[in-house]
Design a protein around this ligand. Structure first.
Ligand code: SF4
Ligand code: SF4
Length: 104
């Protein structure tokens, strides 16, 4: 049920791989590969932080997979815009969902 995120440059990341976003938007409806499935809640650190402050309406809780809203219908863990994977791994460079698995 955990979200482990390597995108430590994201303002929602506690730099220890944990996400504190209230809602994690993962999108990529028709991906050619996992590279198309990204966390769109990624917000870079810096002056633009304020723009992304909407999701900081505290209290802050460590996000779990239940905080994910996903649009990747082709993923086998997708169910009604929710993620049913046990744990989710988000990548460091492009914040892609590495847990994506195509339906067979
Ligand atoms: S990239 Fe997404 S999953 Fe990772 S810390 Fe940011 S909002 Fe959370
Ligand atoms: S594992 Fe699948 S359903 Fe879960 S967030 Fe990633 S792409 Fe979406």
């Amino acid at each position: 049920m955990s979200v482990n995120c390597s995108a430590t440059k994201c303002v929602h990341n506690d730099k220890d791989g944990n996400c504190y976003a209230k809602l994690i938007h993962v999108r990529g409806e028709l991906p050619a590969s996992v590279d198309g499935i990204m966390c769109h809640s990624y917000a870079p650190e810096g002056p633009l932080e304020v723009e992304f402050a909407l999701e900081f309406d505290a209290p802050c809780h460590q996000a779990t997979t239940s905080n994910i809203q996903c649009g990747a219908r082709k993923c086998k863990h997708f169910e009604n815009s929710k993620c049913k994977a046990g744990d989710v791994q988000i990548s460091k460079l492009a914040a892609t969902c590495e847990t994506f698995q195509g339906r067979t």
